[in-house]
Write a protein that binds this ligand. Structure first.
Ligand SMILES: Cc1cc2nc3c(=O)[nH]c(=O)nc-3n(C[C@H](O)[C@H](O)[C@H](O)COP(=O)(O)OP(=O)(O)OC[C@H]3O[C@@H](n4cnc5c(N)ncnc54)[C@H](O)[C@@H]3O)c2cc1C
Length: 381
């Protein structure tokens, strides 16, 4: 199924290259990495050497020529091997570096963007606060202009890759009381006095991904570390939110395929009542439903990614793709835990990891309560 929507030669090459990398280098290590729960530095470095972090950036120095469809193919394949590696990579390609790429001064780009593309630095993205998740208008981190500097104060939480980050793109309020209109993004290097990164959180899934709180106490950054035009922070964010959603959908698709492949294989080998369980219609129904759901996810994701590449607006389509593909991933891992019977419950088989990792997909790019509300609103309801 996976190749039917992949059209051009570069798309095929990315699929093949990533599939080979996943089969040879990621899947065999996935259990060990998940159990160790450490950031997979070696694989991250290998991805950098493959130019993976440049995949969305057109004409980056010495890099690939990218687009969203390439990016989604890569995310899908990596997620098939290990969701957390895919999520770390996805973040480095998009949220971690995007504002620096679009709005950073040449000096900042030279110092931070190029090393990030080479995998020598990691960028993190700080929206969420202890009292502000989906409701970004409630962000209370402040940025106050003082002479040639900004003074940043506040607390961010659930920040992916924060423990190894060299810098943060931080959403902060410049006009308290102005809600979304007063929000802007700021570039804050980790070594700025006043930045404090907490010990990593213990999490249910995606265990190689290190997540922390980040506190900013009287952090002083130069005025040119404002990323974008004053008062236009959310506009700049909305310019990439569709891509964040379709990327998350691609991560979900990769995981759904992994669950499907594990179920398919197991059902052909496992015997019960004198025959392999793939001969039972109820098991066939599960496989048929998984395959159908996966195909529908693929159609939604790659139709939406191609529209993004053509410069079309895909607000509603990207919400639908993220919502649908993530629900599909959750359904597929659930069915896999049934098809594998007790072995799905064993830490020796990967299905338990798929089951835990699927929950990660529910939050980023919009919770499904908020997405459904917005899909209905855009439908005119
Ligand atoms: C593994 C992981 C990694 C993350 N990485 C990052 C990161 O790198 N950077 C970052 O900034 N954040 C990160 N986050 C945070 C993530 O973006 C938030 O979890 C998400 O925005 C939701 O916020 P919340 O969890 O505070 O839930 P809340 O917004 O508090 O919502 C709680 C519940 O209320 C529901 N709800 C809220 N508002 C409405 C409404 N209007 N209508 C109906 N229901 C509603 C939600 O759907 C949810 O069910 C990460 C989270 C996780 C789990």
């Amino acid at each position: 199924m996976a190749d039917q929507l992949i059209r051009s030669d570069p798309e095929k090459l990315i699929r093949q290259t990533m599939a080979r990398f996943v089969d040879q280098e990621v899947a065999p290590m996935a259990r060990e990495l998940d159990e160790a729960g450490e950031f997979p530095r070696e694989l991250f470095a290998k991805l950098a050497a493959m130019n993976a972090f440049r995949i969305r950036y057109l004409g980056q120095k010495g890099g690939a020529t990218g687009n969203t469809t390439f990016y989604c193919i890569m995310c899908e394949e990596l997620s098939r091997g290990l969701v957390s590696l895919a999520a770390e990579t996805a973040k480095q390609c998009l949220m971690g570096t995007n504002f620096l790429y679009r709005f950073g001064s040449e000096e900042l780009k030279e110092k931070y963007l190029e090393p990030s593309m080479r995998g020598e630095m990691v960028g993190s993205f700080c929206l969420t606060e202890p009292e502000a998740g989906g409701d970004l208008g409630s962000v209370t981190t402040t940025a106050v202009a003082q002479g040639d500097e900004w003074l940043i104060n506040g607390m961010k939480t659930w920040i992916t890759n924060a423990p190894m980050a060299s810098y943060f793109t931080v959403l902060a309020q410049t006009q308290p009381g102005a809600g979304l209109k007063g929000l802007n993004f700021f570039f804050v290097p980790t070594d700025t006095p006043g930045v404090r990164v907490s010990p990593r959180f213990e999490t249910l899934g995606t265990r190689t991904t290190e997540i922390s709180e980040v506190a900013f106490a009287d952090c002083r950054i130069p005025r040119h570390h404002l990323l974008g035009l004053p008062g236009k922070g959310m506009g700049a964010f909305f310019a990439i939110i569709a891509e964040i959603r379709v990327m998350t959908a691609a991560l979900a698709l990769g995981l759904a395929r992994a669950a499907y492949e594990a179920s398919f294989q197991y059902a052909r080998e496992r015997k019960a009542f004198g025959k392999t369980i793939n001969k039972y219609q109820l098991i066939q129904a599960k496989i048929a439903e998984m395959a159908t759901d996966i195909w529908a996810s693929e159609l939604m994701i790659y139709d939406t990614s191609r529209k993004i590449d053509q410069g079309q607006r895909v607000d509603q389509a990207s919400m639908m793709a993220k919502f649908f593909a993530t629900e599909v991933a959750c359904r597929c891992v659930d069915e896999a835990t049934r098809i594998l019977g007790a072995y799905a419950y064993s830490m020796e088989y990967p299905v338990q990891r798929f089951f835990r990792d699927a929950r990660f997909l529910l939050y980023g790019g919009g919770t499904h309560e908020i997405l459904r509300t917005n899909i209905a609103r855009l439908a005119g309801f």
